[in-house]
Design a binder for this molecule. Structure first.
Ligand SMILES: O=C(O)C(=O)C[C@H](O)[C@H](O)COP(=O)(O)O
Length: 206
């Protein structure tokens, strides 16, 4: 399994912040049944690593990865949870070293041409562009694609249902990350049917 296969499995990667472990199974099923095949579970809450394990069992054909991988602790926690891939908002030397010794696909983050070039030099041809909207949005990515056409991106950060198509239209974008389908009120109410509908809407974006 490669990061390319994972990122091309659907146009949108939902970036999940999970607060209640009991939500993990129905939430994963709603997202997957709605057509979102790769799920990024941020390691920002106490139950996140356990939620990854639960989700992998609930939707065995999905790619369940971790997000907010920022240091050795979060890297190791991802491996221990059986993550199918790992996403970082940026990168550092320690993560590059850990990733080079590990088969699990890793998607580091970059927001400037120099960061993109350094990661391309290390062999990465797929990167997270974060924080997408704040770092210049589609115009910035289009500009980066001029001199650096070989690197493809999953822009994430501040992207909505309305702005996602502007990113997806670019040659150097494979998918976008977002949280808009994870409506907090619907999750609070455990309205999984409505979440599935939002996921389906996202999965049909072009
Ligand atoms: O946790 C990480 O590793 C991150 O990089 C942050 C996420 O990508 C953003 O939380 C996306 O959230 P929105 O801006 O609502 O789309």
């Amino acid at each position: 399994m490669s990061i390319e296969q994972i990122l091309t499995s659907a146009p949108v990667v939902p970036v999940v912040v999970i607060d209640r472990l009991e939500d993990a199974e129905p939430l994963a099923k709603a997202l997957y049944n709605g057509g979102l095949k790769a799920l990024e579970i941020t390691l920002r809450t106490p139950v996140a690593a356990e939620a990854v394990k639960v989700m992998k069992q609930a939707v065995p054909d999905a790619y369940v990865g971790t997000g907010t991988v920022i240091d050795k602790a979060t890297f190791d926690a991802s491996i221990a949870a059986g993550a199918d891939f790992m996403v970082s908002p940026g990168v550092n030397d320690q993560l590059l070293e850990l990733a080079s010794q590990c088969d699990t696909p890793f998607l580091p983050g970059a927001a400037t041409p120099s960061e993109v070039m350094r990661l391309a030099e290390r062999g990465f041809s797929f990167l997270k562009f974060f924080p997408a909207q704040a770092a210049g949005g589609p115009a910035m990515l289009k500009s980066i694609g001029g001199p650096l056409p070989g690197v493809k991106f999953c822009p994430t950060g501040g992207i909505s249902l309305d702005t996602a198509p502007q990113y997806l239209a670019l040659n150097n974008v494979v998918c976008v990350g977002g949280t808009w389908m994870l409506d907090k009120t619907l999750i609070e109410k455990q309205d999984w049917h409505a979440i599935e509908q939002l996921a389906r809407q996202a999965s049909q974006l072009k």
